[in-house]
Structures are given as structure tokens and as C-alpha cells.
Design a binder for this molecule. Structure first.
Ligand SMILES: Cc1cc2nc3c(=O)[nH]c(=O)nc-3n(C[C@H](O)[C@H](O)[C@H](O)COP(=O)(O)O)c2cc1C
Length: 306
């Protein structure tokens, strides 16, 4: 018998636990020309903000020994244009209930930005709102919402009060105490958490004697972060009752299995998409044949066994 990979995540059925990570697949448009995105468990939209953003000046992506640094600066069309043009496209990626779960990633630079974005998205048809709290809070000196537990708690509490969709909070690995912050999200009514976002990092152009990035620091992702992100997923999964979607450096089915064994109910694939856009399908095939070879009938059997 074929092993069963379907799960229910925060009340939402996913045909398998593999999801394309925000910011690494746009809205699925380009990828859909290369492979059937509808075979995956879900897709996270590019991070949206209430108003359109042109993104950052200068270098935006920089390759490192084992991953990339990015400083894209949340370039996006804004929530209204997303609802008008990109979300209808995402609906074409598969039949509404049998296709990939549609996950909308929302950022903000003030609490009011987040709330206005959520209000607009409330009437739109998608499965999960992924709240990106790694954005800088401009009214509080630019420190990201997701660093201090109490700041994260405040934004989650206020969003939860008005959000009509299942709410998944995307955690920053730069949090002062990742499991305490995750617990605060759960206490405030989050339905799930995803982690991790990128790690704050730096590169220097030695010829120019200045940082590579205009904003000096940028976000590191890819294989370099995997062991640290995996540890954080393990810590959060043990601390929470709500499900965890793991992310960070997954490039193979073995990586995905590690995250599932650490307690993730599902995983996101990000930077690896830049190496091979259909890599998530390779990971799916690898997972299936590994389960068959191990006699694992249901993917839930390995969740959190470590
Ligand atoms: C170029 C790029 C853009 C990203 N944009 C977003 C974004 O808009 N919103 C978000 O929550 N995460 C964003 N991320 C973070 C990824 O979704 C993911 O959490 C992170 O890269 C770790 O996974 P990975 O190592 O598999 O890439 C971005 C990552 C990259 C590399």
C-alpha cells in the first residue's frame, strides 16, 4: 500500500507536509510553468505589506559557502493588488480543496499596518495567514517585532482578535528566547507557528571596504542554518501544543525527515528552490520511497519521535 503523507495542519488538510517557503517562489506563477505546484501540500505567498513596496536598493542576494544572504526588503505589490491579481492566480494552482493549501504571508512595520492588512485579507479565500513578525518595528527603533517576547505577544494578541483565518505566526530565529516567544504566541491564540525565518548576518566587500548590503546586515538562509533551525524547531515543538511548520536549509528528503522527527508537522522549502525549482517534488518522491522501505504507513508515525 502507498504510504499516507496527508496531514491536517491547524485544521487545514494538506496532501503532504511539503510547503514552498515565502519569498522563494513568488506567488507560484513562474514555478507553475516548470512543474505542477498542485502536487505539494502548500505554498506560501511572497511576504505582503499593506501598501506596495519597491524593496531595497543595492545588492539583494549574496551567495555564501552554504546558503544565501538576502536583503530583498519585502518587495511586493501590496495587499489590495495581491487580492485583485495574485490570489486569483494562486487559485489556479490546483482545485480548491485538493490543491496546495494557500498560505498568505503578511508583514508590517507598525501594528496598524498589520491590522489593516488582516482586515483586507479577512474576506479573501485562502487557507492560513502566516504572520511574519521578523519585520522591523519602525515605531520602536527598528527592532523586529519577533525579537522581544512581549512585543510579539502584543502583535499576535491584536491580530488574533480580528483575524478570521487560521493564524500561523512565523518566528524569527533572532528571538531573545524562541520557546518562550512561541509559547506567548500560543497563549494569544495562534493556531500554529512556523520557524525559522532568516538569521541576521553580514558580508563585507573587502575591495570596497564596506558592507555588501546597503542595510549592512541581511538574512542568512540555506544549509548553513539547518542545524540551528532544527534545534529551535525541536525546542518549540516540545514547548507547544499547536503544530509547528519547520523551515531552514532543507534540501533533501533526509533533511525533511529530521525536521519531522524533531516535531514539525510540516516543513517549508526555501533557498533550495533557487538551486532546483522542482526540488520539493524530489523531496516528496524521496519521502515516499523511504516510508515504503521502512514500512511507515502514515507520516504522523515519525512526528516528534526524537
Ligand atoms: C530571497 C528570500 C526572500 C524571502 N522572503 C521572505 C518573505 O517575504 N517573508 C517571510 O516570512 N520569509 C521570507 N524568507 C524566508 C524564507 O521563507 C525561509 O523562512 C528561510 O529562508 C529559511 O528557509 P530556507 O533555509 O529553506 O530558505 C525569504 C527567504 C529568501 C531566501
Amino acid at each position: 500500500m502507498k504510504p499516507s503523507l496527508d496531514i491536517t495542519f491547524a485544521g487545514v488538510p494538506l496532501k503532504n507536509p511539503l510547503v514552498l517557503a515565502s519569498g522563494t517562489c513568488g506567488f507560484g506563477r513562474e514555478f507553475s510553468e516548470l512543474f505542477d505546484v498542485g502536487r505539494l501540500g502548500g505554498i506560501c505567498s511572497k511576504g505582503l505589506t499593506l501598501n506596495p513596496k519597491p524593496g531595497n536598493e543595492g545588492i539583494r542576494i549574496w551567495e555564501t559557502a552554504a546558503g544565501v544572504m538576502n536583503s530583498v526588503g519585502l518587495e511586493n505589490p501590496g495587499v489590495p493588488a495581491f487580492i485583485e491579481t495574485e490570489l486569483p492566480f494562486m487559485h489556479t494552482l490546483g482545485p480548491r480543496t485538493k490543491g496546495p493549501a494557500l498560505i498568505v504571508n503578511l508583514g508590517g512595520h507598525t501594528i496598524d499596518d498589520y491590522l489593516a492588512g488582516v482586515e483586507l485579507l479577512n474576506d479573501a479565500d485562502f487557507d492560513i495567514l502566516e504572520l511574519n513578525i521578523s519585520c522591523p518595528n519602525v515605531k520602536a527603533g527598528g527592532m523586529a517585532f519577533g525579537v522581544k517576547t512581549e512585543t510579539a505577544r502584543d502583535v499576535v494578541r491584536r491580530v488574533r482578535r480580528i483575524c478570521k483565518h487560521p493564524l500561523m505566526v512565523k518566528l524569527s530565529p533572532n528571538a531573545e528566547d524562541i520557546s518562550a516567544l512561541a509559547r506567548a504566541c500560543e497563549e494569544e491564540g495562534a493556531d500554529a507557528v512556523s520557524l525559522t525565518n532568516t538569521f541576521l548576518a553580514m558580508a563585507i566587500d573587502i575591495q570596497k571596504r564596506r558592507p555588501v548590503f546597503e542595510n549592512t546586515y541581511a538574512g542568512l538562509s540555506g544549509p548553513a542554518i539547518k542545524p540551528i533551525a532544527l534545534r529551535m524547531v525541536h525546542q518549540c515543538a516540545r514547548a507547544l501544543k499547536i503544530p509547528v511548520m519547520g523551515a531552514g536549509g532543507i534540501t533533501s528528503w533526509q533533511d525533511a525527515v529530521e525536521y519531522l522527527m524533531a516535531g514539525a508537522a510540516a516543513v517549508q522549502i526555501g533557498t533550495a528552490n533557487f538551486i532546483k525549482p522542482e526540488i520539493a517534488l524530489d523531496i516528496l518522491a524521496g519521502l515516499e520511497s523511504w516510508m515504503e522501505s521502512q514500512g511507515i504507513g502514515d507520516i504522523a508515525e515519525i512526528r516528534g519521535i526524537v
